[in-house]
Design a protein around this ligand. Structure first.
Ligand code: IVH
Length: 669
């Protein structure tokens, strides 16, 4: 066959295979026997091998899995991938509806969707071609898993229109494939996956795409990430549009005219949730109109226009065999119940935190009891109650010890806390937990360095504190179990890469009391460098909006400690970045319409809430105050603006109507 003939045949085969694949994977309605597909695919593979110049990134042959990767590259999400607030009963749904109606002052329609229990991914298409697929990660930064996602047959490699679009969806493993996979694993003597969700996640986290290709993964897309062109006006239309482009969307979605319809949809699925060939863990309820969605906006973590109804937790009975103690990062000593392993909501449960001694008394828990177990929010195992009627008199009372199980120092109750604490700063259990926190996702985010590896490094005395992480040597790591050349290399590169993290990651990682991930960001943004932060006084700290007394005091106390200062000096010497690298308030405000301006908002804005308008102004360097004076630079007047507008007119202050405000703030965004 000559080159031009080959080219023609390749084109033909691709379009046939695309069509066959679409019917098979997306519509679940094959139009040719499997053998026919395989034969055509083989022919295409052969041609591409013979004429490598004809190979393309979106050829159906990439579905069998390309070359293995060395590591996953991090990708920044253009628009954050948020999570959803939860509803656990009808009342929560009605409250959500009431808040949304109050927020929009309008009638609302909803779309209900199954909440697929898999893994959220973002798929980016340029010119209709699939160019990048990423995990959700921490919502801001995910991992590039394009080659693995290309093996998912229901993810189109080429869309039916040549558009630039980012869509989001849930990758999952159908129950049947999961069972088959575990059977095969069992036969091979390998550890089985706990549930389909873990199996899907595990498959996408393989560096070798051939493994993902074998795993029979599937997807339902449920949102357009960046509908900049506002191609659709409602969520329902967005789903239709995704379908037109060739995506697989869930057929069970339902348009609901009010919350009553939502509730009956939800109740219907509580009964039928196990009837599907994939797992769902709830129902997602979304406001249909995109304009209304925009009006409602977001809280720090999740949209106000959507909520996830979680199915009632499954409850099981098992035996509480023992109560053991663990020492947390902050020294809190927590009793944990050891249970006879039992399957609850898809995973085997064998431990449940009992939190503190008071709770054990309150629930009257004894060792040897029959207990009811559930998973709170379907994740964290919890003892619901004891079945006292099943006691036979052999059950034993539990008492908390007075010394730390790890270092034997005396335990104390701090400031009337319920928790017992070990206050020995050298306590090895606390240091180990602190390290696990340090490497975790919202902190330094060091891949390959989970709880197990930290424990292993600790056991082998390779680390005794944070700074030791940055001194690990290849040779010593290679001696450990399950540490091959490649994993050691990946681990060391991940540790090295973490040195460049922006300051907030380090601040959070240090584990200062009361300083969560969000506060760490605020501190980094305000103080810019570690040096400035560690010299900050209580007054300077409390002057920062969002930093309260308790936190300010904890920060000051923390940085007074000599060992803390030594640690920071050492980390700096080891090459860790000590500066904030994120967007700075000052940078944004330098050249914008609002830099240094005082703005008053009055009347009702159509498109934004007060808070959103205020956020926009502040993000652009302006200040919002409540009353109009000669110091006011701009008055933004919405509908029904009253006396403030009149006063502004009298004083000759600049008055902007809503369209101008939107224009000015959009431009600067
Ligand atoms: S919408 C802005 N729709 O649930 C929030 N999420 O906690 C966008 N999920 O991370 C999410 N099915 O992994 C949405 N039909 C569905 C979903 C769904 C599953 C997952 C997704 C997300 C999590 C939300």
């Amino acid at each position: 066959m000559d080159q031009s003939k080959a080219e023609e045949r390749v084109k033909e085969l691709r379009s046939l295979l695309e069509k066959y694949g679409y019917y098979y994977y997306v519509l679940d309605d094959p139009i040719v026997p499997d053998a026919e597909y395989d034969e055509k695919l083989q022919e295409l593979l052969n041609l591409e091998q013979e004429y490598p110049e004809l190979q393309t990134a979106d050829s159906p042959t990439v579905r069998i899995g390309g070359e293995p990767l060395d590591a996953f590259v991090k990708v920044q999400h253009e628009i954050p991938m948020m999570s959803l607030g939860n509803a656990f009963n009808e009342q929560d749904l009605r409250d959500f509806d009431r808040r949304a109606r109050q927020g929009t002052k309008e009638e609302l329609h909803y779309v209900c969707e199954l909440k697929i229990d898999g893994l959220a991914v973002s798929l980016t298409y340029e010119n209709g071609r699939f160019v990048r697929g990423a995990t959700r990660g921490d919502g801001t930064t995910g991992e590039d898993i394009t080659s693995n996602l290309k093996t998912v047959g229901s993810i189109p490699l080429r869309l039916k229109e040549a558009v630039d679009i980012e869509v989001r969806g849930e990758v999952f493993m159908p129950k049947r494939s999961f069972e088959r996979l575990n059977e095969a694993k069992e036969k091979a003597g390998e550890t089985v996956f706990a549930n389909p969700r873990n199996a899907a996640a595990g498959s996408l986290r393989q560096l070798d795409p051939k493994i993902a290709a074998d795993r029979n993964l599937d997807i339902f897309t449920y949102a357009i990430g960046n509908d900049k062109e506002m191609r659709t006006a409602t969520h329902y239309e967005a789903i239709e549009y995704m379908k037109e482009l060739g995506f697989k969307t869930n057929p069970e979605s339902k348009y609901c005219r009010d919350i009553e319809e939502v509730i009956s949809f939800v109740n219907g699925w509580v009964e039928r949730r196990n009837s599907l060939n994939y797992e769902i863990d709830g129902i997602v309820v979304k406001v249909n109109s995109l304009a209304q969605q925009e009006k409602l906006g977001f809280t720090a973590k999740s949209p106000r226009w959507a909520i996830a109804y979680k199915f009632p937790a499954e409850e099981k009975v098992t035996t509480l065999k023992d109560i053991i103690l663990s020492v947390g990062r902050t020294g809190a000593v927590t009793p944990t119940a050891v249970l006879d392993p039992v399957q609850v909501a898809g995973t085997t449960v064998q431990r449940a935190s009992l939190h503190n001694e008071d709770l054990i008394r309150e629930k009257d828990i004894k060792i040897g009891d029959q207990v009811v177990v559930k998973k709170a929010g379907d994740i964290i195992p919890e003892i619901v109650r004891v079945l006292e009627e099943l006691r036979d008199g052999r059950e034993k009372d539990f008492t908390m010890p007075s010394t730390c199980p790890a270092c034997e120092s005396e335990l104390v109750h701090l400031e009337e806390e319920v928790a017992l604490r070990c206050i020995n700063p050298q306590c090895p259990a606390q240091i180990q937990e602190g390290l696990i926190h340090f490497v975790s996702r919202d902190a330094m985010n060091i891949d390959g360095l989970g709880e197990k590896v930290i424990q292993q490094l600790f056991r082998h005395h390779l680390i005794a504190g944070i700074s030791d992480l940055y001194k690990l040597q290849k040779e010593e790591l290679l001696k450990l179990e399950r540490m091959g050349e490649k994993s050691v290399q990946n681990l060391l590169s991940a540790i090295e890469a973490s040195k460049a993290n922006s300051l907030e990651k380090l601040i959070f990682g240090l584990g200062i009391r009361f300083v969560g991930a969000k506060a760490a960001r605020t501190l980094a943004e305000e103080f810019d460098t570690m040096d400035r932060l560690r010299r900050a006084t209580y007054e300077e700290l409390t002057a920062v909006y969002e930093i309260g007394d308790k936190m300010a005091e904890a920060v000051v106390r923390y940085f007074e400690l000599q060992e803390v200062n030594e640690l920071i000096d050492e980390l700096q010497k080891l090459g860790l970045n000590m500066e904030y690298k994120g967007p700075k308030k000052q940078d944004i405000s330098e050249n914008t319409t609002f830099s240094g301006k005082t703005v008053v908002l009055t009347g009702t804005l159509e498109a934004l809430t007060r808070t959103e308008a205020k956020e926009r102004i502040e993000a652009l360097g302006g200040k919002v105050t409540g009353s109009v004076s000669k110091n006011t630079d701009i008055v933004v007047a919405g509908a029904d603006a009253g006396s403030k507008r009149t006063k502004a007119e009298e004083l000759g202050v600049d008055i902007w109507e809503e369209p101008r405000f939107l224009e000015e703030t959009e431009a600067g965004r």
